[in-house]
Design a protein around this ligand. Structure first.
Ligand code: SAM
Length: 231
């Protein structure tokens, strides 16, 4: 079973648009991952969940949620599993381990977090290695003050876009027009519309607004699905 209702939104979006399904998708970063529903879906799509963790690895696996990810010397499940690729998940809150998922407990907006994430990706695909799919379901705590909520959504989107510029794979290097994907949550507002036209539309081959059925209709949240990073 999934840890969050959000998992069904991701399943629904991928069922329709197939951004996690292609075999060449090998590196996925999940920002704002706790409690772990999206990470579970990604782990399934990359074939990790078919291999249950061997008992002797339990202690090692538990150490994954250690605060400092650099202390994690060897994600043993990765060696024993038959999943493909690398999944790096990030959240302010603790997250229970998921086979195939390397977890960083950190504030994404803090200056050091980017290099922690990149360090884990680089261990798998090398220093120059890039990320196929960046997912962001991050949201600040809603304050009830619309102005504050929009500001916070915009700050997250801007920072994720900066991260994307530096770490996403280009469509050309994937060899598919829609390769190099960013899926990002935001709150519907003219400022976020501006973010879309200014930053997303010029840089991706295909950008669309999605409102999954699993997302409550009254909430203002929606997702921009951006495919095919022009590089
Ligand atoms: N996709 C997740 C799932 O399926 O389980 C649910 C994500 S939940 C809607 C949003 C998450 O974003 C929260 O767990 C919150 O702690 C996290 N978050 C918000 N701001 C963050 C930040 N600056 N850095 C890291 N995580 C953040």
């Amino acid at each position: 079973s999934y840890r969050s209702r959000s998992a069904f939104k991701l399943l629904e979006m991928d069922e329709k648009w197939h951004f996690l399904t292609p075999r060449d998708v090998k590196v996925v970063v999940d920002l704002g991952s706790a409690p772990g529903g999206w990470s579970q879906v990604v782990a399934q799509k990359l074939g990790w969940d078919k291999t249950p963790a061997p008992r002797e690895n339990d202690a090692l696996r538990d150490s994954w949620s250690a605060i400092n990810p650099l202390d994690i010397s060897d994600p043993g499940l990765e060696l024993s599993g038959r999943g493909r690729g690398t999944i790096v998940a990030v959240d302010l809150l603790r997250m229970n381990p998921i086979p195939g998922v390397q977890f960083v407990q950190a504030d994404f907006l803090a200056p050091d977090t980017e290099s922690l994430i990149h360090g884990l990706v680089a261990r798998q695909v090398g220093e120059q290695g890039r990320t196929d799919v960046i997912l962001c379901d991050m949201a600040g705590n809603s304050t009830g003050n619309t102005f504050h909520d929009i500001e916070s959504s915009l700050a997250i989107c801007t920072s994720v876009f900066e991260f994307t510029k530096r770490h996403i794979r280009s469509a050309e290097s994937v060899g598919r027009e829609l390769g190099g994907v960013l899926l990002i949550k935001h709150f519907a507002h003219p400022l976020l519309h501006h973010f879309r036209t200014q930053h997303l539309v010029p840089n991706f081959n295909d950008v669309r607004y999605l409102k999954p059925n699993a997302s409550r209709t009254e909430s203002k949240e929606g997702y921009f699905l951006c495919r095919g990073w022009k590089g």
